[in-house]
Design a protein around this ligand. Structure first.
Ligand code: ATP
Length: 238
C-alpha cells in the first residue's frame, strides 16, 4: 500500500483554483522532487497534504486512512510533518525550545534532541539562542530539526534552500539525502531542479495547478522537465 495517496485533489484560494485534480502516490522510502514555476501550486499542494489548507474536493490518504479533513496537529501525530516556506520558527523561543515543540507529537522513533544535534552539530552550539537572532541557514536547520523531532513518516520540505548560501544549501541537501536513506519518505519542493533531481528518486512537475509530468528521477531527461515546466510541446509548430 502507498504511504501517501492524493486523489483528484482540488484546492482553492477563494475564487482561484491553485491545485486542480491532482493525483499522486508515494511509496514508503521514496523522495519526490516537486518542481514547477512560481505560482504552479506546489506550496498549496504541500499545505493541503499537511492539513494547513482544507481542499475543496478530493482525498488525502495516509497508509490507506482518509485524513482529508484531519487538522494539521492530528496529521503530525499520524506522521506528516511540514517544513513550511519561510521556516515559521517561534522567533522568541530558543533553538532548543523550538525543537522541543516539534517533539510534542509524542511519536516514537529515532529522532530526539541528541539525534538532531548529531545531524546539525551547529545547532548544539546555539541551544539557548533565540531563533530570531540566528542566521538563515541555522534557522533552516532548526526548522528541519523541529519537523524531524515529530518522527515523521512523511517529511514535506517547502523551498528549504531559498536565500541560503551555496555551501549551506549543499549541507542541507546532504542532510535531506541522509534522512531519505534512513527510510523517511520525503517530498521536496525546490526551484533548483538539478539539485532536487540529485536527491530525488521521483520527480513530479506542476503547471497551473496540475501535475503534468511524473517519472522516476533516473528515467527523466532535462528536456522533458523543461518542457513540462514551461508547458512546451517540442516539435509543435511555433
Ligand atoms: P512559489 O514557487 O511562488 O511558492 P507555488 O508553485 O508554490 O509557487 P503556490 O504558492 O501554491 O504556488 O500558489 C499557487 C497559486 O495560488 C498562485 O496563483 C498564487 O498566487 C495563489 N495563492 C497562493 N497563496 C494564496 C493566498 N494565500 N491567497 C490567494 N492566492 C494565493
Amino acid at each position: 500500500m502507498s504511504l501517501l495517496k492524493v486523489e483528484r485533489l482540488d484546492v482553492r484560494h477563494g475564487l482561484l483554483q491553485a491545485v486542480r485534480a491532482v493525483d499522486l502516490e508515494l511509496q514508503e522510502g521514496e523522495t519526490l522532487a516537486l518542481v514547477g514555476a512560481n505560482g504552479a501550486g506546489k506550496t498549496t499542494l504541500l499545505r493541503a497534504i499537511a492539513g494547513a489548507h482544507r481542499p475543496a474536493a478530493g482525498r488525502v490518504l495516509l497508509d490507506g486512512a482518509d485524513v482529508t479533513t484531519a487538522p494539521a496537529y492530528r496529521r503530525v501525530r499520524l506522521g506528516i510533518s511540514l517544513v513550511p516556506e519561510g521556516r515559521r520558527l517561534f522567533p522568541g523561543l530558543t533553538v532548543e525550545e523550538n525543537l522541543l515543540v516539534g517533539g510534542r507529537s509524542g511519536r516514537k522513533g529515532p529522532w530526539n534532541l541528541d539525534a538532531v544535534y548529531g545531524l546539525f552539530p551547529a545547532l548544539r552550539e546555539l541551544t539557548r539562542r533565540r531563533a530570531r537572532v540566528i542566521s538563515g541557514g541555522e534557522q533552516q536547520m532548526c526548522a528541519i530539526g523541529r519537523a524531524l523531532m515529530a518522527n515523521p513518516r512523511l517529511l514535506l520540505l517547502d523551498e528549504v534552500s531559498l536565500g541560503l548560501a551555496p555551501v549551506v544549501v549543499q549541507a542541507l541537501y546532504e542532510t535531506i539525502a541522509s534522512v531519505g536513506r534512513q527510510g523517511t519518505t520525503v517530498v521536496l519542493v525546490e526551484q533548483d531542479v538539478a539539485r532536487a533531481l540529485g536527491t530525488a528518486t521521483r520527480v513530479a512537475c506542476m503547471l497551473e495547478g496540475r501535475i503534468v509530468l511524473e517519472r522516476d528521477a533516473a528515467a527523466v531527461s532535462r528536456d522533458q522537465i523543461v518542457d513540462a515546466y514551461f508547458g512546451l510541446r517540442r516539435g509543435a509548430a511555433a
